[in-house]
Ligand binder design. Structure first.
Ligand code: NAI
Length: 781
């Protein structure tokens, strides 16, 4: 072949990266690795299993299958190391994280080649994306460690964090878990995925070179059983998980009631929306990154193409041409676009899902397909919104496509999915892009770009894509807790009926408050509420499952509240405060009757709290993140949706308002179950709500037994977040039931909270009432 031929042909020649150094590194360990515990490899006698190179099927190394006993040793090491690590100054921890960043850069080539060998991803990606992002994560978190004490006063580390990570970005997911955990003063026990344990072990060695104190980072290898044992271990204070929604759900249920903090970054079926005015060629290139990056084995892959009808034919034709030009093959070859599928089992799963599809038209790229664990770039057009492949995560290089006519239809189709991780919007019309982005149910939205990640920008999902953010201050907060030691919460009991009850002249039976109207309890039952002195104060309805369903329905119908301006929400909160203030003496008397204690201070505090959240309504700002692109990444605080809450028993009025006010200030609607022993302060408060211009359905109140109502609230598939501050011990039940649709759960774990003091209000409540959506808008050339 002559140079002239090459210029004419423009084809690539192979440019393979050498595996020699990596194979030498593996050989230097005898081809077998123990767990990394207390600063060194530990052979605890566990049986081994093999990690393979998916591109060749050749064994790479043997690693140990972690057991309960090995986890005991690793968690004990992490526990021993934690207090000393937390005691270091932020600056000292920052220096350690900086050293890790520097050494990741120094060993970048070794890490990238090892990642490609173990995972099958193209070297171009591990070299140019995974490893640089890992270094960036440690640099960024060195900065957070440095600033932590001044920026987050009064916060403390959680303790020992257990991290369970997947095989698609083995080293990057390690960095996403380890960097914030360490920056915040926690120590870590991490379990890498069974298919890809090797870069974690190399990183562990690098951490020793960086001088990380022993026991701060521990790696226990193994499969899902090891992961489950780590999750269940009583010695861990937090679980950070990335992986499938099915396993995330199990982990939510397994940790319920344990008091362990939990963040879950799960699956997705992210829409990729192309409007007819988009720069189609750019959108095609974006799509290559969206669905053929890492063989489509990406949680936020743009796997669901929604293309506007007028350009669909042209777009699909261009796409097929581009697909035909993709190069599959040896992942170590720098010219390769698409590498190997992680494992024959995953290849079988992708094949089975695609082969089972009996609808639409399937196009397989005409590019040559190497033998082995490879799957061709595939496009399936002509599906309907309900097609299984439109709804289910394939986790492979398979794109499904549908068309739409209007922007409203695009949003509807995009949101017609149980997931909510990411979304991409392509249009040259900034007005359209910024109109659509907030309407998409997703934790991340990319405008005219896709799969952009940065340590400064929060990443994570809504709906069944999980909860919690990784990256930015919002990510760091998931590794911190208030420094003050909480006190146990004592039960608050209702006053018992007297032996010889008097009969009141006029019966007073309070109703529920649903959809802006007082509603009779569905079951038709109520219970008498007595004062401590035996006076009958009235009757309160006993709510049931149907009342909860009605209330949730009403809360959904009122979701337009989220679109009202923050200014008008603030005005309504001020107005509620004004109307409560006008009846302050009456409420104080009611509280005294209910609790036997003077009520003035509680009414005053309730009015002040309403003012607090009227103030916050238009001040809980988002942020513009300093990400390394030309453009902006906007972190927007969006309401969770419908929040259901069991209110504190001990502060019948203030407790209810402390949960209601932050929820509605930020655009949520809510279903509240007031204090169980003292519900009548809340039922009186309905009248205040009725005359305060609050749209019907924004606040719904159902009285009754917390134990009875917790399950219907926490398991309801149309509730987005559930809070429990009840003195009935319901945290375990609420967290377990929340696993169904992976709604966010915020519970008290039987710890008391001073509703009158600063811990009864503030940013913690505002954060619980919102999800951060990061909208990336690159601009310029
Ligand atoms: P997976 O969710 O089973 O595995 C992820 C991690 O969790 C691994 O380290 C695994 O050992 C561990 N694990 C498994 N069962 C566990 C349990 N009961 N308790 C604690 N840890 C457990 O994902 P897998 O099997 O590797 O892939 C299956 C499917 O999951 C893929 O086809 C894909 O659809 C999805 N997936 C999604 C990812 C994402 O980033 N969203 C990443 C990996 C897989």
């Amino acid at each position: 072949m002559t140079v002239r031929d090459i210029f004419n042909d423009m084809s690539y020649g192979p440019a393979p990266e050498s595996a020699a150094e990596v194979l030498e590194w593996i050989a230097s360990h005898g081809g077998r690795f123990g767990h990394w515990i207390d600063g060194g490899f530990a052979d605890l006698g566990d049986r081994g299993f093999t990690s393979f190179n998916p591109a060749t099927g050749q064994p790479l190394a043997e690693v140990a299958q972690g057991t309960d006993a090995s986890l005991d040793v690793a968690i004990a090491a992490a526990r021993r190391a934690q207090p000393k690590w937390a005691k270091l100054s932020g600056h000292q921890r920052a220096k350690h994280l900086y050293a890790l960043a520097r050494l990741v850069q120094k060993h970048a080539r070794l890490l990238a080649v090892l990642e490609t060998l173990d995972n099958g991803k193209p070297i171009r990606e591990s070299r140019d994306i995974d490893v640089p992002l890992v270094a960036r994560h440690f640099y960024y978190h060195a900065g957070l460690a440095q600033l932590l004490a001044s920026e987050q006063p009064g916060m403390a580390p959680l303790g020992v964090c257990g991290a369970v990570i997947p095989w698609n970005f083995p080293l990057l997911m390690l960095a996403w878990k380890v960097a914030p955990a360490l920056a915040a003063g926690n120590t870590v026990v991490l379990k890498p995925a069974e298919f890809t344990p090797l870069t974690a072990l190399l990183f562990a060695e690098i951490s020793r070179e960086a001088g990380l104190p022993k026991g701060v980072l521990n790696i226990v290898t193994g499969d899902g059983d090891t992961g489950a044992a780590l999750v269940a271990h009583p010695g861990v204070d937090k679980i950070a998980f990335t992986g499938s929604t099915a396993v995330g759900r199990k982990i939510r249920a397994a940790t319920a009631g344990s008091g362990k903090a939990l963040t879950l970054e799960l699956g997705g079926k992210s829409p990729y929306i192309v409007f007819d005015d988009a720069d189609l060629d750019s959108a095609i290139e974006g799509l290559v990154d969206a669905i053929w990056f890492n063989q489509g084995q990406v949680c936020c892959a743009g796997s669901r193409l929604l293309v506007q009808e007028g350009v669909a034919e042209r777009f699909h034709a261009k796409l097929k041409t581009r697909m035909d030009g993709l190069r599959l093959g040896d992942p170590l070859d720098k010219c390769i676009d698409i590498g190997a599928i992680i494992d024959p089992s995953q290849l079988a799963s992708i094949t089975a899902m695609v082969d089972a599809c009996r609808e639409g038209e399937t196009y397989r790229a005409a590019c040559p397909l190497p033998a082995g664990c490879f799957y061709p770039p595939t496009l399936i057009t002509g599906l309907t919104a309900a097609s299984p492949l439109m709804q289910e995560e394939i986790f492979g290089p398979v794109l499904v496509s549908m068309t739409f006519r209007t922007p409203a239809e695009a949003v509807e189709l995009a949101n017609n999915c149980r997931y909510g991780l990411a979304a991409t919007v392509w249009t040259e019309n900034i007005n359209l892009a910024l109109d659509v982005a907030p309407k998409l149910k997703a934790g991340v939205v990319w405008v005219n770009a896709t799969n952009l990640f940065d340590a400064a920008a929060g990443f994570g999902g809504v709906r069944e894509s999980g909860f919690g953010r990784e990256g930015g201050w919002e990510g760091l907060l998931a590794y911190l807790k208030p420094a003050a030691t909480p006190k146990p919460l004592k039960p608050t009991l209702a006053s018992p009926a007297p032996r010889a009850p008097e009969t009141p002249e006029i019966d007073r039976t309070a109703k529920h408050y649903i959809g802006g109207k007082q509603a009779r309890p569905d079951g038709g039952y109520s219970r008498a509420i007595w004062s401590p002195r035996g006076k009958l104060l009235g009757h309160a309805g006993i709510g049931n499952r149907k009342d909860i369903r009605n209330a949730v329905e009403a809360a959904h119908a009122a979701k337009g509240w989220a679109r009202s301006t923050a200014h008008s929400r603030a005005q309504i909160l001020f107005y509620i405060a004004e109307n409560l203030s006008a009846r302050a003496a009456e409420f104080a008397a009611r509280l005294r009757d209910l609790t036997g204690k003077p009520g003035e201070a509680e009414v005053e505090a309730a009015i002040a709290r309403l003012f607090t959240y009227a103030a916050w309504a238009d001040k809980f700002d988002g942020a513009v993140k300093s990400v390394p692109i030309r453009g902006v990444a906007m972190a927007m605080n969006e309401p969770c949706g419908v929040i259901a809450a069991l209110c504190p028993d001990e502060a019948p009025l203030l407790g209810l308002i402390s949960l209601m006010a932050p929820a509605i200030a930020l655009g949520n609607t809510c279903v509240l179950v007031p204090s169980e022993p003292h519900p009548l302060a809340a039922t009186d408060f309905m009248q205040v709500l009725e005359c305060s211009d609050l749209p019907g359905g924004v606040v719904n109140i159902v009285t009754g037994s917390h134990a009875e109502l917790a399950k219907p609230l926490a398991s309801h598939m149309d509730v987005d977040a559930v809070w429990s501050f009840s003195s009935t011990p319901l945290s375990a039940l609420v967290e377990r039931e929340a696993a169904g649709n992976l709604k966010r759960a915020w519970v008290n774990h039987a710890r008391a909270r001073d509703w009158f003091g600063p811990e009864g209000e503030g940013r913690g409540f505002l954060r619980a009432a919102t999800e951060v959506k990061t909208v990336w808008v690159p601009y310029g050339e």
